[in-house]
Write a new protein. Structure first.
Lengths: 458, 319
């Protein structure tokens, strides 16, 4: 089940939210536990229809992997806490880390990662390490641990939560009026980002795949790179915002995951604004354990290299992801030792540098085989391939130009600032805005769904 | 990534909790109620319109193929039928098959394809979905018209207006009134194949009759729907090439060998398994833009010239 599906918005979520208010606060975790299991069954189920999806989901290995991850880490976490011998604790720690990461590595190499698996490893490793280091206590309640690991708002794509961060709200599950309203706001805005903005600009990229990248014109290649960058951002940031909103609506505080990454001035800053919970995970569980920047320049550079190779590999098993990780590493090191200060002090240059770098880096990311990667860069700089219709970009500009422009505007904090200002001065004015975002999103969802095959395909 | 320059919490900065002002509280109460009421209204409306089942859709695009069971002929059986109609399936080792195919087409249906040049298409109209858009955008015949739009099918064709050079946005029937075409090429049906190859074919037939009526003198070419790649069909089982073959077979029956002809471009782009060749497509559903020229070249080997050349008579006499 996807967040942007009618069954989720009109049936699943309302039922869960209303039940959350009807049951006592103590029962809320149990309710979310059941709802999350159902959600995962629907999500794993390959069937189009709600009930059949439930049954088919039960037969999927994806579902049982989740159960396995939760059960194993629940008990190992417990074991680490009760074990007093340092050797035994360490053995358990290593066992857990291996059990948590090996399936991910295998699936990444095979190239078909089960739903949500990429994110289990982060949460389980952070939980086990935190328990080992005494930063968190092992959870005694299986229900609460399951909610931490697999609550449906975040199970598929994060954000990645530390157990200690969630802790307080997991125990109180108090829902204040402002939680409710902020949650609703986040949910609707996230849905709009994902369905309206990401959905529309995304069609440029799929169009380009259809033409065949060796045959596009250079302007269209750049348009594609920009469109892909926007699509990826709105899809992921929209999803994260929806997750945060749903968490709030149920009295759970989830961490922010995006902070306008495209207004960064350096690559380092970008990665503190993009998928923030991932960056901070790599910092806390790989970079710092390796020694961080405390062992001199050589070790710092080595540690950064390890982090970025891991980050690249996590995004996918392929040469392009390795190149992508290495390039990010390269820019971050160059910024750190050579021109980072300059970029920060001269924002114009910094922004320009990132605005060129971001779409190019995403193209390395998006073209998953080296041949098409080479071809795409060939088209971007007009050195290889040949446009089959040199003015193909005119058609794309006419169809998607306004969407791209809108996307660029919404990638900056401007619209949100205006919204917040409005909300403060004339609160009632946001009502029509949010209703409009919601119903336009539903319109696109229905349009995409009544002809699920037609909409994207031929 | 240095320790000093990143926030200490695991995510981004959290917004401060602030009590809602009375106005804000009022605004959100209004929002909540409007949202709830309009959602109920929408759901009821969907159910009254008979679309209630859409609300059960989970957005995972593996359609429910169990509810409607179609019995399709096997691929082998279809190939035999296809052979009767359009010649033997072309494989790499049958170099002669192109010519042989023409021979069979000739014997079976008493018509005769011949090679033509670009000017043959001066009075041609191409009707179709995104595949025809590809023909128009990447290898247009200079004087032909293309009534093509992404996503259309036989059910939606009549509600569609398309930009035609010299006429602006125009619907199909007005277009056929305004311009007289000698040849009309149609490739439609794939976007609605989920309704079932038989249903689509029925609707196709109605459309065909209307086109016949609107353009009584035109030669009509039913173009077989292009296959999709194997991986595409795997993701979207309703577009399996067996389904597409079944649809094409149904459409082929509408050809009469006199003024309606069936032509199948798939041998040009399919691999040995009868799927669209992965090497020739980026999205699994359309050939690369650079290949539409080959499609055009192929169309030029499928010309029908009404005045029957002598060869046809020779063969008829032999029979």
């Amino acid at each position: 089940m996807l967040f942007n599906s009618l069954a989720f918005i009109f049936i699943f979520l309302p039922v869960v939210l209303i039940s959350t208010f009807l049951v006592s606060r103590k029962k809320r975790n149990l309710l979310l536990f059941i709802a999350s299991i159902l959600f995962m069954l629907f999500a794993c189920g390959t069937n189009f229809k709600l009930l059949k999806g439930l049954v088919t989901g039960f037969l999927k290995v994806d579902f049982w992997l989740l159960i396995g991850y939760v059960v194993i880490n629940f008990f190992i976490g417990f074991g680490i806490q009760s074990q007093e011998k340092p050797g035994g604790r360490k053995a358990l720690l290593i066992t857990a880390i291996l059990l948590d990461s090996v399936p991910l590595v295998i699936y990444k190499v095979l190239g078909s990662v089960p739903l949500g698996l990429s994110f289990y490893t982060f949460q389980t490793v952070s939980y086990i390490v935190d328990v080992y280091q005494g930063k968190a206590r092992a959870e005694r309640s299986f229900v609460k641990f399951f909610v931490y690991m697999a609550m449906f708002p975040r199970i598929l794509q994060g954000p990645i939560i530390r157990f200690g961060d969630l802790g307080p709200s997991l125990y109180s599950r108090r829902i204040s009026k402002q939680d409710l309203f902020r949650g609703l706001e986040d949910l609707i805005i996230g849905l709009g980002l994902k369905v309206i903005l990401s959905g529309q600009v995304g069609r440029v990229w799929s169009g380009i795949q259809g033409i065949g990248i060796k045959s596009i014109s250079t302007p269209l290649a750049w348009m594609g790179a920009i469109a892909y960058s926007l699509q990826l951002y709105f899809d992921f940031a929209g999803y994260s915002r929806m997750a945060i909103g749903m968490g709030r609506l149920m009295g759970l505080e989830l961490p922010e995951n995006f902070n306008y990454p495209y207004i960064s001035k350096t690559m380092g800053e970008f990665w503190r604004r993009w998928h923030m919970t991932l960056g901070s995970w790599f910092r806390d569980y790989i970079y710092i354990p390796l020694g961080g920047n405390r062992g001199g320049n050589f070790k710092t550079i080595r540690n950064l290299l390890v982090v970025w190779l891991f980050t690249g590999f996590w995004h996918g098993f392929g040469w392009n992801f390795i190149i992508w990780g290495l390039l990010t590493f390269l820019f971050i090191v160059l910024e750190r030792y050579i021109f980072g200060n300059f970029l920060n002090k001269t924002p114009v240059v910094g922004h320009l540098y990132m605005l060129i770098l971001i779409p190019l880096m995403w193209m390395v990311f998006a073209n998953t085989d080296l041949v098409s990667l080479g071809r795409y860069f060939g088209r971007l700089f007009g050195v290889a391939g040949k446009a089959i219709t040199p003015n193909d970009y005119v058609k794309y500009m006419q169809t998607y130009g306004l969407w791209l422009l809108g996307g660029i505007v919404f990638a900056t904090p401007g619209p949100r600032k205006i919204y917040d200002f409005l909300r403060k001065k004339i609160p009632i004015a946001v009502v029509p805005i949010l209703l409009a975002i919601f119903w336009v999103s539903v319109y696109w969802m229905v349009k995409g769904q009544s002809d699920p095959f037609m909409y994207f395909h031929f | 990534m240095s320790e000093q320059s990143v926030p200490v919490n695991s995510g981004g900065p959290r917004r401060k909790k602030k009590k809602l002002s009375r106005q804000e509280s009022l605004a959100f109460t209004v929002l909540l109620w409007l949202l709830i009421l309009s959602m109920i209204g929408f759901a009821v409306g969907m159910m009254i319109k008979g679309n209630g089942s859409q609300l059960l859709s989970t957005g995972i695009s593996s359609p429910d193929t169990e509810e409607k069971i179609y019995v399709y002929p096997t691929k082998e059986a279809l190939l035999i039928v296809d052979s009767a109609w359009i010649g033997v399936p072309m494989t790499n080792d049958t170099v002669v098959s192109h010519a042989f195919r023409k021979m069979i087409e000739l014997e079976e249906s008493q018509f005769y394809f011949q090679d033509v040049d670009d000017s043959y298409f001066d009075d041609a109209l191409f009707i179709g979905d995104s595949r025809t858009v590809g023909l128009r955008d990447y290898a247009p015949f200079e004087n032909a018209d293309y009534f093509a739009s992404e996503g259309i099918g036989t059910y939606t064709l009549e509600d569609t207006e398309v930009e035609i050079e010299g006429l602006g946005e125009i619907g199909l029937w007005s277009l056929l009134k305004r311009r007289e075409y000698g040849k009309i090429y149609i490739m439609l049906g794939l976007n609605e194949i989920w309704a079932g190859p038989e249903e689509v074919a029925e609707n196709y037939k109605e459309l065909l009759d209307k086109i016949r009526e609107a353009a009584p003198d035109a030669l009509i070419f039913i173009q077989a729907n292009l296959y999709v790649s194997a991986s595409y069909a795997e993701d979207e089982p309703v577009f399996s090439n067996d389904n597409i073959r079944a649809l094409n077979k149904n459409l082929s029956k509408f050809a009469n060998g006199k003024d309606i002809f069936y032509i199948d471009v798939n041998p040009l782009f399919e691999n040995e398994n009868g799927d669209l060749d992965d090497e020739l497509t980026g999205d699994g559903a359309h050939v690369y833009a650079s290949l539409y020229q080959e499609w055009d070249e192929w169309l030029k080997t499928r010309g029908i010239i009404l005045k029957k050349p002598e060869l046809v008579f020779e063969i008829e006499e032999k029979k």
